[in-house]
Write a protein that binds this ligand. Structure first.
Ligand code: DLL
Length: 434
């Protein structure tokens, strides 16, 4: 099985556009009639459902942002009666901002289809044993991949995250072939596999479906080596259902966005102007099939690029690049824009582990950048001289990329807390002083 829904995933661009035009018109009407909050926004902008005749009119609609979601919390953006909703999910709240999303049974069904497409694109079939080690509960990761795995017909292990040795035990006993979790948790499982004296080739894993947080190509290679699998990226957010908005195919040159359910735009985050395909900017999504919580022109804050060139996998849906950062997690340190992924790339290229922590502070009006980097047991050395030389060399490498000088602290193995879900890698203490 190469595609889960070939007639949709490989539809002609004209067919995709026709679906989008028709569904958008109906969705705008549905939202206008049922969501007073958004109707007010449209009225303020002087636009009515009659002005929206298709995708080309999308730009006329107002944007929605996370602050709208907070203002309308919890029921203000719900577009159907609660009696028609069957489930709620919510953001993990790593940034303290809670978003509550609602689903009808049909919404869940379509979401599961999106996740099933991702699993099949990673080579999944009904012969596979799929271990879902994303968190279950309010977080969308566990439920989404679990639903997708059922649709594909995989033998599904709803493990949730944590209890790493038990994960590995099940992986061995049940011969799991696919693992789904955050990339940072995959790296942790890989590390534990090694500590338990198990070789990657002794596991049956063939594919991993990793997402929910930024990760670099270097991290992909590390995880692939430590678990003996091919690692695939998957993207999504609670506001648009969860994982499965976009996913990687075997070509791994960007993630195909499920355009029969979502219209993607790239905008300039400063001006809100729509940018042409190929330009870098903030990703904006319009859900055209969701009924309970259908967000129109939702600003994700994720910075990326769209690519419409044909993909040799046969899928015709537009591809998005890996998010290059979020417009709201970009750090400005001594006036310089810094994305945590830039630091991670240098660390992994230089042979350090993905266990690190970035600490930013302000001392006497000057920004400080400290990076704790954990050494592997092999790298760990007792001589202060060697550690200092390593710190100086790494500081220099990072300065070459960022243009500012960090203070590096090479720390002992296992001294940085591992993540079982989304890793918290940046601690910006300046926010506490402000
Ligand atoms: O993280 C949904 C998800 C679960 C995606 C499992 C993939 C796998 P939220 O908790 O609402 O939802 O966080 C959404 O996470 O706006 C991105 O900034 C980030 N993110 C999600 N997937 C990726 C990815 C889930 N593949 C926010 N690469 C998004 C980079 C990602 N960042």
């Amino acid at each position: 099985m190469k595609y889960y829904q070939p007639e949709i995933e490989c539809a002609s661009p004209e067919q995709i556009r026709a679906w989008q035009d028709e569904r958008l018109v109906a969705q705008v009407r549905h939202v206008y009639d049922n969501v007073p909050y958004y109707r007010n926004l449209m009225q303020e902008k002087g636009v009515t459902p009659d002005d929206i005749k298709g995708r080309d009119d999308l730009y006329k609609l107002p944007f929605l942002t996370k602050s709208d979601l907070r203002d309308a919390y919890p029921y203000g953006l719900l577009a159907v009666p609660t009696s028609e909703c069957v489930r709620i999910h919510s953001t993990s709240g790593t940034t303290g901002k809670r978003v509550v999303a609602f689903y009808t049974q049909e919404d869940i069904d379509l979401w599961d289809d999106c996740c099933a497409r991702a699993i099949v694109a990673a080579g999944g079939t009904k012969e596979d044993v799929c271990q879902v080690a994303y968190g279950f509960g309010l977080f969308t990761g566990g439920a989404g991949l679990n639903g997708g795995s059922h649709k594909v017909g995989c033998l599904t292990l709803p493990m949730s995250s944590g209890n790493t040795e038990r994960q590995i035990q099940f992986m061995q006993d049940l011969h799991s072939t696919i693992i789904c979790c955050t990339p940072s948790y995959a790296a942790y499982i890989g590390e534990t596999v090694k500590e338990m004296g198990i070789k990657p080739e002794e596991l049956d894993l063939k594919a991993g479906i990793f997402g929910a947080e930024p990760w670099t190509e270097e991290m992909r290679r590390d995880i692939e080596a430590s678990l003996g699998l091919k690692a695939y990226d998957i993207y999504g957010l609670t506001e648009t259902s969860g994982p499965g908005v976009a996913f990687e195919c075997c070509e791994q040159k960007g993630m195909h966005i499920n355009e029969d359910h979502f219209i993607a735009e790239i905008i300039d985050p400063e001006t809100g102007e729509v940018l042409p395909d190929g330009e870098k900017g903030e990703l904006v999504f319009t859900s055209i099939t969701k009924k309970a919580f259908p967000l129109l022109r939702y600003r994700t804050r994720d910075i990326c690029v769209l690519n419409r060139t044909p993909c040799s996998c046969g899928r015709t849906h537009v591809r998005m690049s890996k998010p290059m950062g979020r417009s709201d997690d970009m750090l400005i340190i001594r006036g310089v824009n810094v994305f945590p992924s830039q630091i991670e790339t240098v660390l992994l290229e230089k042979g350090y582990s993905p266990n690190y922590q970035i600490l930013v502070d302000r001392v006497k009006n000057n920004d400080t950048l400290d990076i704790n980097v954990e050494l592997s047991p092999e790298q760990f050395s007792d001589t202060v001289k060697e550690i200092s030389a390593g710190e100086a060399a790494l500081a220099n490498d990072i300065k070459t990329v960022l243009g500012i000088n960090p203070k590096i602290h090479l720390v002992a193995p296992k001294s940085i807390t591992r993540s079982e879900g989304k890793a918290v890698r940046v601690i910006d203490k300046r926010k506490l002083h402000d």
